[in-house]
Ligand binder design. Structure first.
Ligand code: KIV
Ligand code: ZN
Length: 385
């Protein structure tokens, strides 16, 4: 089975979510957890963007030993020099340089010709390699770049010393088939591509970031980038916990493995949510509050008889203690009776039926029935016995 490296950018692209600002202590705590989670590369920040980020990246590089620590830099000398000061104490100093390659970005943002962009890319990678043994080069907006230009510039930056090539779908515009094709094209047409690691980096604007990332893996990517809980610019990045669990659960169709410790997922997700202040949507795959909750009677009855009827992932796999049987208006008698027993009530069938009727009447008026509600309903029947 092929190993896929995990590049976590929660502390860089993730922190670029509107409304998030982490201090050094918070970033360090998350970085330590990402190391336990099994990230191969941790992008700790953007050292040249602020003094605070510089300090945070430096502290993380000095502390983390089992994961490679990297930082983001523009393709300019000052960013690269500043990043070296922050990253030089890392276990394996690694720099991530990006430069846009799409016509839209080159024309309107960079105001450079394609030839000038090639020269800047080559020069910046050469400069970075004077310090760093590992340099990742990202073609920002790779997906909307001209395929021939992408082949040309990637060949040049590999010759200049890049050790990883990243092809981001910066604006989340790709479909899985198209994103996979881009990797296939590079694999086929860049002569020296096998000398480097090939990386995927997907945004979720159309809700396809994880699917696109998997398509990249199927077409030759060796590394994937993403964030915990999928946080990031706009609609966010590929959610690493979803990706890791999808590869694990569907290993029958995806012959790939990662170093991710799946039982650290819940803890990592909770920590990131707590320190960033970004709530996790209840129905989010894998880590949402409802990911293992069963509300309807038919589902509850199935799960109580045999969990695999409606659970393809066990909560324990990701470090969650148990599933939840939520009592609401769709719930059935089986789950209700089980809950009554769990709460210590021993009622005969007739009383259970009466209590169940009272519960249904209340459930029509409330979103979720609490244990206190159940105590009142069940105690009423007990008293009448
Ligand atoms: O989405 C993107 O293109 C990025 C680059 C900086 C790698 O985050
Ligand atoms: Zn990004």
């Amino acid at each position: 089975m092929q190993k896929i490296d995990i590049f976590d950018t929660t502390l860089r692209d993730g922190e670029q979510s509107a409304g998030i600002n982490l201090n050094t202590a918070e970033k360090l705590e998350i970085a330590k957890q990402l190391e336990r989670f099994g990230a191969n590369v941790i992008e700790a920040g953007f050292p040249a963007s602020s003094q605070g980020d510089f300090e945070a990246v430096k502290k993380i590089a000095q502390t983390i030993r089992s994961s490679i620590v990297t930082g983001l830099a523009r393709a300019v000398k000052n960013d690269i020099d500043t990043s070296w000061e922050a990253l030089k104490h890392g276990a394996e100093p690694h720099l991530h340089i990006f430069l846009a390659t799409s016509p839209i970005h080159m024309t309107h943002k960079l105001k450079k010709t394609p030839d000038q962009v090639v020269d800047i890319a080559v020069e910046s990678v050469r400069h970075a390699r004077k310090y760093f043994p590992l340099v990742e080069w990202s073609a920002e907006d790779a997906f909307r770049s001209e395929p021939e230009f992408l082949v040309r510039i990637v060949e040049k930056v590999i010759q200049a010393g890049a050790t990883t090539i990243n092809l981001p779908d910066t604006v989340g515009y790709a479909t899985p088939v198209e994103y996979g094709e881009m990797f296939k094209n590079l694999k086929y047409n860049v002569k020296s591509i096998d000398k480097v690691k090939l990386s995927a980096h997907c945004h979720n604007d159309l809700g396809m970031a994880v699917a696109n990332t998997i398509a990249a893996i199927e077409n030759g990517a060796d590394q994937v980038e993403g964030t915990i809980n999928g946080i990031g610019e706009r609609a966010g990045n590929a959610a690493l916990e979803e990706l890791a669990v999808a590869l694990h659960i569907r290993k029958d169709v995806y012959p790939f493995h990662t170093d991710i410790q799946l039982n650290e997922i819940k803890r990592t997700s909770q920590l990131v949510s707590q320190l960033t202040g970004m709530a996790i949507q209840a129905n989010k795959a894998v880590v949402g509050k409802n990911a293992f909750a069963h509300e309807s009677g038919i589902h509850q009855d199935g799960v109580l008889k045999e969990r695999t009827t409606y659970e393809i992932i066990t909560p324990e796999l990701i470090g969650e203690t148990s599933n939840r049987i939520v009592l609401g208006k769709h719930s059935g008698r089986h789950a209700f009776k089980d809950k009554a027993i769990a709460l210590g009530f021993e009622l005969n069938d007739e009383k259970i039926n009466e209590a169940f009727k009272a519960f249904k009447t209340l459930a029509d008026k409330k979103k979720e029935i609490s244990e206190d509600d159940l105590y009142i309903i069940l105690t009423d029947q007990q008293i009448q016995e």
